[in-house]
Ligand binder design. Structure first.
Ligand code: GTP
Ligand code: MG
Length: 468
């Protein structure tokens, strides 16, 4: 593991940009002593109580570098669990860099995630909570923030701990019967233990099921706008963003390379992709763009397949593309069909069934109306997207599993638990059942970090930003 634990580390906690304040963090057993060496009020700093702020100047020899406030934290009541100083300087990146250089004569530059790593090692946070710190910083929408905050506050950890306690209780009942087989202890009540394990299994299944939603909140939901050239993909993209981000012209083949932007739909983070229109072409550059479109369509969580009246009429809409589970079919430019506002579902249904388009479309396909030119033109598409995202409605107060590492551990716990249940059904030896239960507990313990490897910790903390 590349992190040492006994030295004093420092790093900026704010980005190097012109701002009102910059904050530099110092953590470790000698942090107060080390900061006091470059501070105009060394005695006051060294004697300061926890949570006390000390005003003074950062000095380089006799030169004053900046006027600052040092906020003191005393071990164990700090983020890392160690003595800490947070130096708030003026928000000039050059000044902050000079203070950092002074500190680095005496302290080591912290690696990304090292403050949080120390918090984990000092039992201020468990591993799932430490991961939530990074998720919270990276969260893009209100619902993502809520999920990360719940995890940081220990909702997931508490649920996992309760499951571990229940599994351990079951395991012990088997182990007692093995260890004291000669002492006439009552046999474990297999029906009751089996019932308890099945309840745990249900809970694991529910947590795994929440993983789809959790992944959306943490990593976002990718939506790929595709379709023939000129159907209005870039126009719809711009309308979603409320910005003229993509080039729009009436020349087919305008978009070549794809564009992507993040947006929040009802609090869910969506990665929206605008792509090159699909068609046969001999233009080499356009061909490359279309290859990209196809691979983006494969990777996307959802494809919005746009058509317009013209391309439906000319039959250049590839109907094979329209029918797939992850495809939403949309007819853009309904303003050109005489609608001056987006038709309501019933009105649209009867319009479509009487329209000339039915003959061009596969049976039973649902085609949403859309227009980049109408005020409420994206409404039906927006609602359809939200209902895909929000099913089933998330309970933001519940522990939601958002992290693939956690999902993998839950899967392993489930497999081990199923083996234990099979063992009970098959009247297997208690030692085998107990062994499977140990496996299940050990998989769950990886989530909270009671069981870890250096590799695993390195992977987790190295993705953090510096200063966290
Ligand atoms: N009437 C009408 N015109 C639209 C609508 N959406 C787009 N257009 C027009 O259709 C033309 C093509 O729009 P784009 O958004 O560039 O289409 P695209 O699908 O991105 O096209 P490529 O990038 O070439 O694949 C432009 O002239 C747009 O102004 C719409 O809802 N109604
Ligand atoms: Mg385009």
């Amino acid at each position: 593991m590349r992190f040492a634990l006994n030295d004093t580390i420092t790093a900026p906690a704010t980005p190097a940009e012109t701002s009102a304040l910059e904050v530099l963090r110092v953590s470790g057993p000698e942090s107060l002593a080390k900061v006091s060496r470059i501070f105009s009020e060394p005695d006051r700093l060294i004697k300061a109580k926890g949570y006390q702020a000390v005003h003074g100047y950062i000095l380089e020899g006799k030169d004053v570098i900046d006027e600052v406030v040092c906020l003191v934290f005393r071990n164990p009541h700090s983020y890392t669990g160690e003595d800490m100083v947070e130096i708030s300087s003026h928000g000039n990146p050059d000044l902050a860099a000079r203070i950092l250089q002074l500190l680095l004569k005496d302290c080591r530059l912290a690696e990304p995630g090292e403050f949080t790593f120390r918090a984990f090692m000092n039992h201020k946070l468990d591993l799932a909570q430490a991961e939530a710190v990074d998720d919270l910083i990276q969260a893009r929408t209100s619902k993502s923030e809520q999920a990360a905050l719940n995890q940081l506050r220990g909702r997931l950890s508490n649920q996992i701990s309760a499951l571990i306690a229940d599994l351990t209780e079951c395991r012990i009942s088997f182990e007692l019967s093995i260890d004291f087989a000669d002492q006439d202890l009552p046999e474990p009540d297999l029906a009751a233990v089996g019932e308890k394990l099945r309840n745990i299994r249900q809970e694991l299944l529910a947590m795994l099921a929440s993983g789809r939603q959790g992944r959306i909140l943490r990593d976002g939901f990718s939506v790929c706008l595709s379709g023939a050239p000129n159907v209005g993909k870039s126009s719809v993209f711009n309308r979603f963003l409320e910005d003229n981000r993509a080039l729009v012209t009436d020349i087919p083949g305008t978009t070549r390379d794809y564009l992507q932007e993040w947006l929040s739909l009802d609090g869910y983070p969506v990665r929206l992709l605008d792509t090159a229109g699909l068609r046969d072409t001999i233009d080499q550059v356009e061909k490359l763009g279309i290859d990209r479109t196809r691979s983006l369509m494969q990777e996307a969580d959802l494809i919005v397949m746009l058509t317009d009246p013209e391309s439906l009429d000319s039959g250049c809409c590839d109907s094979a593309n329209l029918v797939s589970e992850k495809t939403l079919c949309v007819l853009n430019k309904v303003d050109t069909l005489g609608f001056d506002k987006l038709p309501q579902p019933d009105e649209w249904k009867s319009y479509l069934s009487a329209s000339r388009f039915t003959s061009h479309l596969p049976q039973n396909i649902s085609l949403l109306p859309c227009s980049a030119r109408l005020e409420d033109g994206l409404m039906a598409l927006r609602q359809a997207l939200v209902s895909r995202l929000a099913l089933p409605e998330i309970e933001t107060s519940a522990a939601l599993v958002t992290n693939t590492r956690h999902l993998a551990a839950l899967e392993r716990a489930l497999t081990a638990l199923d083996k234990a249940l099979d063992g009970i059904n098959a009247a297997a030896g208690y030692e085998f059942i107990a062994f499977d239960l140990i496996e299940a507990v050990s998989a769950l313990s990886e989530i909270t970090g009671a069981v870890t490897t250096d590799d695993m910790l390195e992977r987790i903390f190295s993705s953090f930003c510096i200063g966290k």
